[in-house]
Design a binder for this molecule. Structure first.
Ligand code: NAI
Length: 506
C-alpha cells in the first residue's frame, strides 16, 4: 500500500517519538529518526524492534513483515539528513521556544511542501508556527501514550494552517490504524480539555470532606461505570503529569472557574506523592497493588422504622417499588409519622436544604441519589445531613443493603458524587461544542478512545437526561453560588427543549 507520506521523520525519540515511528513504519513509510542525544536514536530503534519481535513471538506479526518494518527505520546524525522528508513529526521537549526554533531550522532544510507537525499536548500550534516563513504547513498531531495502543490522534490547525494539511494528516492517521479527530487550536485541544471534569470535581468533593478517596472511586465505578475511579486514575497518570495539565488549561482560559485545579494535588505534587510510580499517591502501593481498606459492613439493625418518601423525590415511583422489594414498611400519608425515616432524592440540592424547604425533621431525613435508575447501578449512595440521627442513618444503610447491593453513606453536599461529576463532565463537553472546538461526533470519539470513559460525554448526558443534568447544574449553582456550575448555553438550550445532546444542528 502506498502511504500518503512515503518518507517521514520523527524528531525526539523518547516515549512518544518511538510510538509514532513504530506505527508509521508499520503503515509502510520510511521513518528517519533524529534526537539531539545520539544514543536516544539507537535506543529507540532497539525498543521498537523489540516490540515487533514480541509480536512475532506472540504470533501477531509474521517474521517477514517484522524485518520489512525494521528496514524502514533509519537513523539520522544531523537535521540535514531530513532534507527529503514529506512529513516531520516533532516529539521533543514541551517548550515553545525550543519547538519553534526546531521548525525554523527545519525550514532551511526541508522542501517547501514538507508538512511540519507537532505532538505538543499543551502549546498553541499558532504560537509554534507564528514566526515561520510558511506557517500554513504547520499542524498539531497529538498522539496519546502509549501510541500503538491509544488509537486516537488529535489533528489541530493553527490560525494559518492550510486545510489540506489537516486533511492529509487525517488520512495518514487512518493509514496508521488510528482514528483522527479534528480540533481547533485551543488550550488542551479536545481530550485534555474534556478531561477536566472528572478529576477536578472529585477533588472538590474530597476537599469538602463529603467522602474519602476510596469511597468516591467506588461510587463512580459502581454507579456511572467508569473503569477507574478519579483517584485511581490520577495515581496511574501521576500528579507530575496531571496537575500541570490542570493548571495549564485553567490559566490558558484566563482562570475560567470550570477548570479550577485543586490545592490537594498541588500539595501532593510538592510532597512527592505522585502516584503508582513513587509507590504512594492517593493510595499506597505494595508490589504494584493498591492498599485499600475494606468497606465497613452494613450495620445490623433489629427493627427498621417505617419509611416516608418526599413527594418531590426523583424517580419516586421507582423508589417506592424498590422499598417494597426491600420489604420496608412504607408510609403513604401526606407527611411522615413521628417515627418515620424520611427519604428525599434531590437533583443538585443538598439534603439539608431540601429538609428545610419541605419542612421535614432533619434528624430523621436522609438523601438517596437516584439520578441513575437503581437497576442500572451496582451501588446505592445515601447522604446524611448534619442533624441526621445515627439510628436513622444506620436504619437507612441497613435497609438499602438488604438485597446485598453495596451502599455508601456520604456527608451532605449539593448533588451527591455521581450527579456532580457527571454534570460537570457533560457541561464541559457542552461548552466544547458551544465553542465549536470540534464536532460533537469527534468529541465523543476523542473522549472514549483518549480517556476510556464508558460513554462519550454527550451520550452520558443523553443517558441520564439532558433535563436532569441541567437541573443538577442549576441547583448546584444555587447551593454553591459558584460560577463553575454555570451551565453552558449549548446545554441549556438542549436541556430546555429536551433535545438529544447528539443532535447536530443548533
Ligand atoms: P521524552 O522526554 O520521553 O522524549 C523527548 C526526546 O526529545 C528526548 O529523547 C530528548 O533527547 C529529545 N529532545 C529534546 N529536545 C530536543 C531538540 N531540541 N531536538 C531534538 N531532540 C530533542 O518526552 P515524551 O514524553 O516523548 O514527550 C515528547 C512530546 O510529546 C512533548 O511535547 C510532550 O508534551 C508530548 N506528549 C507527551 C505525552 C506523554 O504521555 N508522554 C502524551 C502526548 C504528548
Amino acid at each position: 500500500m502506498q502511504t500518503i507520506y512515503a518518507h517521514i521523520a520523527v524528531v525526539g525519540t523518547g516515549a512518544m517519538g518511538r510510538g509514532i515511528a513504530q506505527i508509521a513504519a508499520q503503515a509502510g513509510s520510511t521513518v528517519t529518526l533524529y534526537d539531539q542525544q545520539p544514543a536516544a536514536v539507537a535506543a529507540a530503534q532497539q525498543a521498537i524492534a523489540e516490540q515487533w519481535d514480541k509480536q512475532v513471538d506472540k504470533g501477531r506479526l509474521d517474521a517477514t513483515s517484522a524485518a520489512a518494518h525494521k528496514g524502514r527505520l533509519r537513523a539520522a546524525d544531523s537535521l540535514k539528513d531530513l532534507a527529503d522528508c514529506d512529513l516531520v513529526v516533532e516529539a521533543i521537549v514541551e517548550k515553545l521556544d525550543v519547538k519553534a526554533a526546531l521548525f525554523a531550522e527545519l525550514e532551511g532544510i526541508v522542501r517547501a511542501d514538507t508538512v511540519l507537525a507537532s505532538n505538543t499536548s499543551s502549546l498553541s500550534i499558532t504560537a509554534i508556527a507564528a514566526k515561520l516563513q510558511r506557517p500554513q504547513r504547520v499542524a498539531g498531531y497529538h498522539f496519546f501514550n502509549p501510541v500503538p495502543l491509544m488509537k486516537v490522534v488529535e489533528v489541530i490547525a493553527g490560525l494559518k494552517t492550510d486545510a489540506t494539511v489537516c486533511t492529509a494528516l487525517c488520512a495518514y492517521a487512518r493509514q496508521m490504524g488510528h482514528t483522527p479527530v479534528v480540533a481547533q487550536d485551543t488550550p488542551g485541544f479536545i481530550v485534555n480539555h474534556a478531561g477536566r471534569g472528572y478529576g477536578t470535581e472529585a477533588l472538590r468533593i474530597v476537599s469538602e470532606g463529603v467522602a474519602d478517596f476510596a469511597t468516591i472511586d467506588r461510587i463512580l465505578r459502581d454507579q456511572a461505570g467508569f473503569r477507574l475511579g478519579p483517584f485511581e486514575l490520577m495515581d496511574l497518570t501521576a500528579l507530575d503529569v496531571s496537575h500541570p495539565v490542570m493548571e495549564s488549561v485553567y490559566h490558558q482560559y484566563y482562570e475560567e472557574p470550570r477548570y479550577r485545579p485543586s490545592v490537594i494535588t498541588a500539595q501532593r505534587l510538592v510532597g512527592g506523592m505522585l502516584g503508582r510510580k513513587t509507590g504512594e499517591g492517593f493510595y499506597r502501593y505494595t508490589n504494584g497493588k493498591a492498599e485499600i481498606a475494606a468497606e465497613p459492613p452494613a450495620p445490623e439493625v433489629a427493627e427498621l422504622p417505617p419509611v416516608w418518601v418526599s413527594t418531590r423525590a426523583t424517580r419516586r415511583a421507582e423508589l417506592y417499588q424498590l422499598l417494597k422489594d426491600l420489604g420496608a414498611k412504607i408510609e403513604t400519608g401526606q407527611s411522615p409519622s413521628p417515627q418515620a425515616l424520611t427519604l428525599v432524592a434531590p437533583l443538585g440540592f443538598d439534603v439539608s436544604t431540601v429538609a428545610v424547604v419541605e419542612r421535614l425533621d432533619p434528624s430523621r431525613t436522609m438523601g438517596i441519589d437516584l439520578l441513575i435508575e437503581d437497576a442500572a447501578t451496582k451501588r446505592r449512595v445515601l447522604a446524611t445531613n448534619p442533624a441526621t440521627r445515627a439510628d436513622m442513618r444506620d436504619a437507612a444503610h441497613a435497609l438499602f443493603a438488604r438485597d446485598g447491593k453495596a451502599v455508601s453513606v456520604i456527608r451532605d453536599s449539593g448533588g451527591f458524587v455521581t450527579q456532580r461529576v457527571v454534570a460537570t463532565i457533560v457541561n464541559i463537553a457542552s461548552d466544547i461544542c458551544q465553542q465549536r472546538i470540534c464536532t460533537p461526533a469527534d468529541l465523543e470519539t476523542a473522549v472514549t478512545l483518549g480517556l476510556g470513559y464508558p460513554l462519550g460525554p454527550l451520550a452520558m448526558g443523553n443517558r441520564y437526561g439532558p433535563t436532569n443534568v441541567l437541573e443538577v447544574l442549576f441547583n448546584l449553582q444555587t447551593v454553591y453560588g459558584d460560577p463553575r456550575y454555570r451551565p453552558s448555553p449549548w446545554l441549556r438550550r438542549r436541556g430546555a427543549i429536551g433535545l438529544s445532546l447528539l443532535h447536530e444542528e443548533d
